[in-house]
Design a protein around this ligand. Structure first.
Ligand code: NAG
Ligand code: NAG
Ligand code: NAG
Length: 303
């Protein structure tokens, strides 16, 4: 009699053992699987950002772009008061967030460009190359002219950098690719597209402020002006281009209107059937240079 009893007890023990061990083993397996899958998902990729040689995304990017946009439509150009700045920011971030910053395409930015672009009155477009500081001081003082940075697209992005990263949080604040690392980076594509649209929109007389103190020549065909803007001017709408060739007030005077690079520019524009007028040290701009150098000989009333 003890035998079957004891065997029954063993049986019960085995059942109890199985009932506790099987779920335990299953639990361990599930926990292990979860740990492994989580590890794959947010292991190295979420903590290790891609590394680049350029400046990272400007802190407070969202606040800056949104704030500039509201400032622009509310106080700088109230004709644009109906632009939706929140939507513009959304399209801006959608263009680059969570993307590899070396594979940005025009398609990424097209919705933003369509949404934020606006017409520019004829005769007002002012292009520039290597005269950033002077040209923007000039357009601040003279409302008759508009540079790219005085349009909504130029205004919201001026002087800041940004790029995405495939891993969380989708923005790289540490580093962004330089132009030399890859051309299809968020900044380069943005400025090329905005410059192209700015050039296409130009009508009437247009002007460009170039730097006559650059030794290599005032006009470079690989600059944004030379490679993007000049090529996208619509000659049917443009009656002529005025070149303002500015020297640093203290020199050097490396190139004048008859110089080699200006001649190349004239030839390119002649092929596009656009007439060119060039002026050395365009006086209204020189007078602005004089506000900081009033004693200079070029600044005397009858020099
Ligand atoms: C642009 O300039 C041309 C020539 O100077 C002038 O005839 C025309 O009326 C101007 N257009 C506007 C919109 O100011
Ligand atoms: C010309 O370029 C030099 C070097 O980039 C710069 O320091 C200078 O301010 C520029 N001059 C003008 C008139 O913009
Ligand atoms: C720029 O000019 C150089 C020399 O004049 C020429 O070799 C080159 O092809 C030009 N580049 C472009 C993009 O037109």
């Amino acid at each position: 009699m003890p035998f079957p009893n004891s065997s029954a007890r063993t049986q019960r023990h085995k059942l109890i053992l199985a009932a506790t061990i099987i779920p335990l083993v299953m639990l361990v397996v599930v926990v292990l699987l979860v740990v492994i899958i989580q590890g794959r998902k947010e292991g190295p990729s979420s903590e290790i950002l891609l590394e680049w040689r350029g400046k990272g995304t400007t802190p407070y990017l969202r606040e800056i772009v949104l704030g500039r946009c509201y400032n622009y439509v509310a106080t700088v150009n109230s004709e644009l008061r109906n632009k939706d700045c929140l939507k513009i920011w959304e399209l801006f971030e959608n263009a680059f967030m969570y993307k590899n910053p070396c594979s940005i395409t025009e398609k990424d930015y097209q919705p933003l460009m369509d949404m934020a672009s606006h017409p520019i009155p004829c005769n007002k477009s002012l292009f520039w190359s290597k005269t950033s500081n002077l040209v923007h001081r000039y357009t601040k003082a003279n409302q008759d002219f508009v540079t790219l940075e005085d349009t909504l697209l130029g205004y919201i992005a001026d002087g800041i950098s940004w790029c995405g990263d495939p891993s969380s949080p989708g923005v790289n604040y540490k580093s962004c690719p330089k132009w030399t690392e890859c051309e299809s980076n968020p900044g380069t594509i943005y400025w090329k597209m905005a410059s192209k649209m700015f050039a296409e929109a130009a009508c009437g007389t247009v002007q460009v402020m170039l730097n006559g103190s650059i030794e290599a020549g005032a006009f470079r065909n690989d600059s944004i002006f030379g490679s993007v803007e000049v090529r996208n001017l619509n000659s049917d709408k443009i009656s002529g281009m005025y070149v303002w060739l500015m020297h640093n007030i203290d020199g050097p005077q490396s190139e004048f209107c008859e110089g080699r690079s200006i001649t190349i520019l004239k030839e390119i524009l002649k092929k596009q059937k656009i007439r060119v007028f060039c002026e050395d040290n365009y006086r209204p701009v020189q007078l602005l240079q004089c506000t900081r150098n009033p004693e200079h000989i070029a600044c005397k009333a009858c020099s």
